[in-house]
Design a protein around this ligand. Sequence first.
Ligand SMILES: [Zn+2]
Length: 137
Amino acid sequence: MNERPFNDCSYDQFLNEGKIMGSKCKKCGALALPPRPICVSCFGSHMEWVQFKGDGKLAAFTSIVVAPPPMAKEGFGRNNPYIVGVVELTEGPKVVARIIGVDAKRPEQIKVGTPLKAEFLQKGEGDNKQTSLAFKP
Ligand SMILES: [Zn+2]
C-alpha cells in the first residue's frame, strides 16, 4: 500500500475502494487529507498512509445555488440547492465535502457542530467509476 504516491489520484483510488486515506508525516506526525507529499507543518517529505474513520463534525457550510456544470447536470441549481461544508474529522484534519441528508433549502436549520459520518457517493461504473466523499448527520 505504501507504494502509492501521496496525491489526489491515489486518494480517489482509495475512495473507489471505500477507504478514506490520508498522509501522516513520519517526522512530526501531522495528518493531511487529501494526502500531501510534503508535510504542511514541518515540510518533511517522508509520509505514510493512514486510514480515517470518517467521523467528524460540521465546522462551516454553505448552500450552493449556482451549481457548476457537473452538479447542474444532476439537477442542482437555483431551485434545488445543495450543501458543501468543512468537516472537522475526529483525527483533526478538516476536509471540504458535500453534506447530504440535510435540507439545503432551509440552511438556517443546519447547525455547526453537528456530528457527521462519511458516506461514499458513487457515479458511473467499471473503469469510469468515481467515488466522492460526502458526509451526513
Ligand atoms: Zn511533518
